[in-house]
Design a protein around this ligand. Structure first.
Ligand SMILES: Nc1ncnc2c1ncn2[C@@H]1O[C@H](COP(=O)(O)OP(=O)(O)OP(=O)(O)O)[C@@H](O)[C@H]1O
Ligand SMILES: [Mg+2]
Length: 409
């Protein structure tokens, strides 16, 4: 499947919090994360949940380590799908009814992510992921089937996404280059996922939107994965949440990196970066290129608003097979998402509508409307109705350090 990945730098001003979270590994933590299980009533707004509550989610199966060992054939290297900052991801098989380990090739295929003890992402991120994905369900979010918490072992079991990550398709030699229409399909699916999170009754900021976290099913439907950094959005009359700067260099919004102030518009910026990657076939940060052109946004920006020069940044693997008007609309949209002024960036619901228009100009407005009627999360009505307790003490850090995320090759 070619899931081996390159190295990428991560912005992380929270090294200390990482070690804290790892230190809390074996003790049930007092970490409280907003719950999204309540549906509509203002009186039953999300409440922080304890570790015990998060882990007893009725939507998730608690696997034993032995079950996952059997499901992955003892984490055999030839079952390895890839590696990220969290650890290794293995292919496994479970019985679709009982969820017990099945013979390879029979039952249901799953992806099993195993936290490496020395990994950057610790218990806190693991639990955040279980909390969010245990409760948020949408066709454009990867499905979490269960988890394992046994001694020092922390694992997550997901639906298997046969085409791997968008990153693999865009930047690896091997797989067929993605066509223009598939690129638009992927962008639309990812925009639906983000739009769902941003418009949920209790807004969720994803915080780690990037090509490697967009997974693809057999038909190139895209789903967001990795909710370890997700954060509840601001509530009441707050405009942002202050937090440690986390995310990946090249994708994180400049104002967030500079101030630690996080809003849904930080995700919109990251979406703009991925849209640029889809157009240009170039990584957000390309270390093989010298000088300022390393940074995709800096390199591409001057071409985005110029119809006649846009072709210069378009992915040569498209071999010119794309509609010029659609490409220019997508480039203009990327430019809006990448506005240095966060407030000037369009909300995800508008981004989605524009992408749908590019894909199918005649039916776009109808599609967008029906999609939002289909979205399972209640649309936010007024900010005052969305009070989500935030009980952590956020710290803004103006000077994020940069760390490398180890990857398999
Ligand atoms: N549900 C899944 N189905 C199929 N492959 C998966 C699944 N989840 C992850 N993978 C593969 O495993 C690899 C590693 O994923 P992982 O999310 O651990 O790291 P990453 O997103 O590449 O990096 P980072 O840690 O910086 O987020 C990816 O290349 C991806 O293709
Ligand atoms: Mg990932």
């Amino acid at each position: 499947m070619g899931n081996c990945l390159d190295s990428s730098a991560k912005v992380d001003a929270a090294q200390s919090s990482r070690s804290t979270s790892r230190a809390s590994k074996t003790t049930p933590s007092s970490l409280t994360i907003p719950s999204y299980s309540d549906k509509s009533n203002a009186l039953s707004l999300p409440t922080p949940r304890s570790e015990g509550e998060i882990l007893s989610s009725p939507n998730l199966k608690a696997f034993t380590f032995n079950e996952l060992k059997n499901a992955t054939r003892n984490f055999r290297p030839d079952s390895l799908l890839g590696e990220g900052g969290f650890g290794h991801v293995y292919k496994g098989w479970i019985d679709e009814h009982t969820y017990t380990a099945a013979k390879p090739g029979s039952g249901m295929v799953v992806a099993v992510k195993r936290l490496k003890p020395e990994g950057f992402q610790g218990h806190k991120e693991w639990l955040t992921e279980v909390n969010y994905l245990g409760q948020l369900h949408h066709p454009n979010l990867v499905k979490l089937i269960g988890y394992c918490l046994e001694g020092d072992n922390r694992l997550l079991v997901y639906e298997f996404m046969p085409k791997g990550s968008l990153e693999n398709h865009l930047f690896r030699r091997g797989p067929q280059p993605l066509s223009w229409s598939i690129r638009m399909k992927v962008a639309i699916g990812a925009a639906r996922g983000l739009s769902f999170l941003h418009n949920a009754k209790s807004q969720v900021i994803y915080r780690d939107f990037k090509a490697s976290n967009i997974l693809l099913d057999a038909e190139f439907n895209s789903k967001l994965s990795d909710f370890g950094l997700a954060k509840a959005g601001p509530t009441g009359d707050r405009t942002h949440v202050s937090t440690q700067v986390m995310g990946t260099q090249g994708y994180a919004a400049p104002e967030y990196v500079a101030t630690g102030r996080l809003t849904a518009k930080s995700d919109v910026y990251s979406f703009g970066v991925v849209l640029l990657e889809l157009l240009s076939g170039r990584r957000a940060v390309d270390k093989t290129i010298a000088g300022v052109d390393q940074n995709l946004v800096d390199w591409a920006k001057p071409y985005l608003g110029d119809k006649r020069r846009l072709f210069r940044i378009m992915d040569s693997k498209l071999e010119g097979q794309y509609p010029q008007k659609g490409a220019f609309m997508a480039a203009t949209l990327a430019l809006q998402c990448l506005n240095r002024e966060a407030k000037a960036r369009p909300p995800m619901i508008e981004v989605l509508a524009t992408l749908e228009h590019i894909e199918a100009p005649k039916h776009a407005s109808r599609n967008s409307l029906s999609e939002h009627q289909r979205v399972h999360a209640p649309i936010r009505k007024s900010p005052a109705r969305n009070r989500t307790p935030l009980n952590s003490t956020p710290t803004a850090s103006p000077l994020p350090s940069v760390r490398q995320s180890p990857r398999a090759r």
